[in-house]
Design a binder for this molecule. Structure first.
Ligand code: ZN
Length: 214
């Protein structure tokens, strides 16, 4: 009898776990804290049909029109100090992100052969489609121009000054546990000047900041 009760309890536990796993539905990011504070990560997806007005840069990359003036100011200020940078990547569509993921999975599949393992590795480097900030248009990957400045010069300048223009380093060193993304010295995200300065001074990442203001 006791054995029977134990088995019954075991079945109950398994059912509970399955129920929990399958009930985890996709949650979508909201702009309740303002468009500049939308939080997109592995837990909060870009809202479906997220519409954004884009401005095209000289090199063809696009960004949300609302961040363009601040971005330009930042680039002008850097140039005045002899730092030459480019926006390597701005806005991405869901399809762009899907292609990036597919390519990365293929790349790993060559090495590990097993698809789900390849996907596991790929997700360490490429955001799952729907969870990339680039799909919002308010995040940019910034690189050196490759002629006048080096990558390390650019990353150092950005780390010291980007917050003055409303941009934050979105995936800082030492915050991977919280952001879920490896350290990326090139990825900057617009949050607005006041918030950026506050975050910089308090050394908090976006997840930590949002939790504090909510
Ligand atoms: Zn990026």
């Amino acid at each position: 009898m006791r054995k029977f009760v134990n088995i019954l309890f075991g079945v109950f536990v398994v059912l509970c776990i399955c129920g929990f796993i399958f009930s985890k539905r996709t949650e979508y990011a909201t702009d309740v804290n303002g468009w500049n504070l939308i939080l997109v990560n592995e837990d909060y997806h870009v809202p479906q049909n997220y519409a954004v007005k884009l401005t095209k840069l000289d090199n063809g990359e696009r960004v949300d029109t609302r961040i363009y003036p601040a971005l330009q100011d930042m680039f002008d200020a850097a140039e005045e100090e002899g730092i030459y940078m480019i926006v390597r990547e701005g806005y991405r569509t869901q399809e762009d992100q899907q292609k990036l993921m597919d390519d990365k999975v293929e790349e790993y599949k060559e090495k590990v052969r097993v698809k789900f393992v390849a996907r596991w590795y790929a997700e360490k480097w490429v955001a799952v489609p729907g969870t990339s900030e680039h799909q919002l248009g308010i995040a940019v990957d910034i690189n050196a121009d490759g002629i006048n400045s080096s990558g390390s010069e650019v990353y150092t300048w950005l780390a010291e000054h980007a917050h003055e223009y409303g941009f934050i380093q979105r995936y800082p060193e030492g915050k991977t546990e919280i952001t879920g993304i490896n350290y990326e010295p090139w990825h900057y995200r617009y949050v607005g000047e006041d918030v950026a300065k506050e975050m910089f001074e308090e050394d908090v990442c976006l997840e930590e900041y949002i939790e504090k203001v909510q």
